[in-house]
Design a binder for this molecule. Structure first.
Ligand code: NAD
Ligand code: MG
Length: 395
């Protein structure tokens, strides 16, 4: 009989070809005695997905884009794994019986697959923040019902998770989410209209996917994170503070009523929070650079500037408005960021589109996942109309 200590953790990775997904696969590769791969998914990158599936001996592989099913099937010809496609394929991958699953898809597209892992009571490493922003209340109810465990992967939430004393919940004054301030922290607002997609995705501290990089530049990322923290830690918005900290060394803090601040520090490297979630409740050795505080020498802090970066204010307003507003805001933001990355709208238009869509939407009470999905679709239609109006006609 295999003892608890020597059994390998069976892991699945949704979004295995992305930035978080690739870091996760790298960590798994470094500890073959501790992990074995059950299921892997990606949206369209057949070559990388098939390569990972063969290398790691995955048993189930799903591609989000149904048009790529045949290509994936061919690429995995002879490999001992099942192949699936489309949203049902992603859900089936998440439903496979793994101990641990990385929710590493970007955007609300990850909702149904993540939900399917939650519903089977898995340990779910949570990177896909848009899912909690869209359906936070419903998702946390499902987590409680199924006895699932969410392990926060977003560096701020992972930091808070590491220093959050559940037994002293009542003595928590506030959560302090740190923010790097993004690539335009010191730029005057007038100059931001001219920012190009290439400038916006060049983050000073973190190497991430395109969407979250643009969100960091507008600071919508921090707004999404305030909402994410509200649901993950069941804390009211007024107890969640944002503090700009350009060095990204302190990843977040919990302030207790006795005056103690507990923080988690580390090099700005996503492999650290991912490794924490992967091995939880144990620890894993990583190849990440070790934090050298003497070399960092100083840590700076400043309040966020909501005039230059209104996205943070929008997110707080959305959270206060009711459970219909965060999914609308987040879906409109996904559409606006995609349009900005395609060069269709300017950088400042991104937040502008989001604000217009939220204010044009009537309050509702989404009491099911289907209702959230409907709100999401409506917000995307409104956003694409707003984007069309901003896009100069080309014909
Ligand atoms: P990414 O764009 O690099 O990767 C996204 C992954 O999701 C890819 O594997 C892609 O194939 C898959 N995907 C995209 N659209 C899909 C769809 N419609 N259906 C199914 N799969 C789809 O993104 P990322 O930077 O790795 O971010 C993933 C999530 O983690 C995001 O929610 C992001 O906010 C969060 N996050 C990322 C970082 C980071 O360092 N990259 C840090 C904190 C949080
Ligand atoms: Mg973060």
């Amino acid at each position: 009989m295999i003892s608890e200590q020597s059994a390998r953790r069976r892991v699945s990775v949704l979004g295995a070809t992305g930035s978080v997904g690739r870091s996760t696969m790298e960590l798994i590769a470094e500890a073959p005695d501790r992990f074995q791969v059950e299921a892997l998914t990606a949206y369209s990158n057949v070559d990388v997905l098939a390569d990972l599936a063969r290398r790691f001996g995955a048993r189930f592989v799903a591609i989000g884009d149904p048009a790529r099913y045949r290509a994936l099937k061919q690429a995995l010809d002879g490999a001992p794994c099942e192949v699936a496609a489309g949203p049902e394929g992603l859900e089936a991958a998440a439903a496979r019986d793994s101990d641990w699953l990385m929710a590493g898809i970007v955007g609300a597209a990850g909702l149904s697959a993540t939900l399917s892992a939650v519903r089977r009571g898995a340990l779910v490493a949570f990177a896909n923040k848009e899912v909690l922003v869209s359906a936070g209340r419903l998702m946390m109810e499902e987590v409680a019902r199924a006895g699932a465990t969410l392990l926060p992967v977003d560096s701020e939430h992972n930091a808070i998770f590491q220093v959050f004393e559940e037994q002293n919940r009542g003595a928590i004054d506030r959560l302090i989410l740190t923010a790097s301030g993004g690539p335009f922290r010191t730029r005057p607002r007038e100059s931001l209209a001219q920012v190009t997609p290439a400038e916006a995705v060049a983050h000073p501290n973190w190497d991430m996917g395109a969407k979250i990089s643009v969100d960091s530049a507008t600071m919508m990322n921090k707004g999404l994170e305030v909402i994410e923290a509200h649901y993950l830690f069941a804390m009211p918005a007024e107890k969640i503070e944002v503090l700009v900290h350009p060095q990204s060394v302190i990843h977040s803090m919990v302030a207790y009523s006795d005056g103690s601040f507990l923080a988690q520090l580390g090099a700005p490297d996503m492999r650290i929070p991912i490794a924490h979630a992967l091995a939880w409740p144990r620890r894993l050795k990583t190849q990440s650079p070790v934090l050298d505080l003497a070399a960092v020498a100083r840590l700076d802090f400043e309040p966020p500037d909501e005039t230059r970066f209104p996205a943070l204010r929008l997110a707080r307003e959305a959270l206060a408005a009711g459970p219909w507003a965060p999914p609308v805001m987040s879906a409109a933001n996904e559409e606006a960021v995609a349009a900005f990355l395609q060069g269709r709208i300017g950088f400042l238009d991104v937040t502008e589109v989001v604000e217009r869509v939220v204010s044009a939407t009537a309050p509702a009470d989404p009491d099911s996942i289907e209702a959230v999905v409907a709100l999401d679709g409506e917000a995307r239609r409104r956003a694409s109309e707003a984007i069309d109006r901003l896009t100069p006609a080309t014909s």
